[in-house]
Ligand binder design. Sequence first.
Ligand code: BGC
Length: 414
Amino acid sequence: MKTKVLSAVSAVAILSATFASAEPSAEVLHYWTSGGEAKSVAVLQKEFADNGGTWTDMPVAGGGGDAAMTALRARVLSGNAPTAVQLKGPAIQEWYEEGVLADISDVAEAENWAKVLPASIADHMKCEGNWCAAPVNVHRVDWIWANADVLKANDIEMPTTWDEFNAAAEKLQAAGVIPLAHGGQAWQDATVFEAVALGILGPDGFRKAFVELDEATLTSDEMKAVFDQMRKMRGYVDENFPGRDWNLATAMVMNGEAAFQIMGDWAKGEFLAAGKAPGEDFLCASTPGDGFLYNVDSFAMFDVDGDDKKAGQQLLAKLIVGKNFQKVFNLNKGSIPARTDVALDEFDQCADLSAKDMQASSDSGALLPSYAHGMALRGAQAGAITDVVTSHFNSDMSSEDAVQQLLTAVQNSM
Ligand code: BGC
């Protein structure tokens, strides 16, 4: 006990010593460029500046972060890594293995992260037992968003099974409404696919397929049923879907052009930024089926020279897990805090549902990492799955062929 206290005290001392000797600065690479996202990252920029930090913004547009990850690789390869990077899931450990991440254990210990973060989240932030990333939030991926007026006008309830979803979609289509707002980008296809897969395979089947890469599950009849449902989904999107950004798809739900969107709760950040109210203008529900797909945004610090940058990394890490930041940021972002001790009374009904379902799923073993958002698998494996999902969605590939291709893709990615 004594040593623990001592080490926490000395960590604080190291921190303040660093702050005293250099003015914190940070170049921050992130992909938060939509309306709701920009509002959210501005909260961090402000807190950083209020605490004496100088922020150099490096936003790389592109939902899901694929473009940001390409930009990151180029920077690291040229020996000029950014100070802090929006990075998550196993990609954190992949970068650590390349020897380019900074250890932020001193901040984590001084700030008692082990106490305030759930173990499942903390595990993602560690590299060989040391803290190498700071978590911002918990996004849920398996959400369905709807325009409240459009559902009402067409006498449709939020669907609780995929059959109900299909019946609603067909009714909407007959009434001239686009059932599903979607953007044809690989990560968005993967987002819809994993929500459908969770519903049809169930939490255990999802884990077997997308965490354990179990070959029998990847080629099972249930997986064929997942692709059958994806074929139906393809019929529910409008013809202008290719390439559309996710936030433009959200806007289609907002303005009543489309009824539903299947997207993580960063979509709620868009609704809120546009002044829309949950339960009135838009509705939220988990996609049909049990379980909870989590997607935790976090920042990793790269190994950089310069006391100002090192001080910037320490300040950023401290602020990110700070109680006030976790509240204000997540109110804007659509997610819920990663910290367990932030009161949710200022949050809305969708956030309450997320927190409640997350706890229940954690208790029942149905809390699962999102494969589509880089939480479950290494990049090569997730990419291999997404390639099949996208080529199935954009062709007339049969479900039988799709599961065979899934198996081959996964085997080749190992
Ligand atoms: C990230 C979110 C982001 C979304 C759209 C997700 O993978 O976790 O923070 O808002 O992509 O870019």
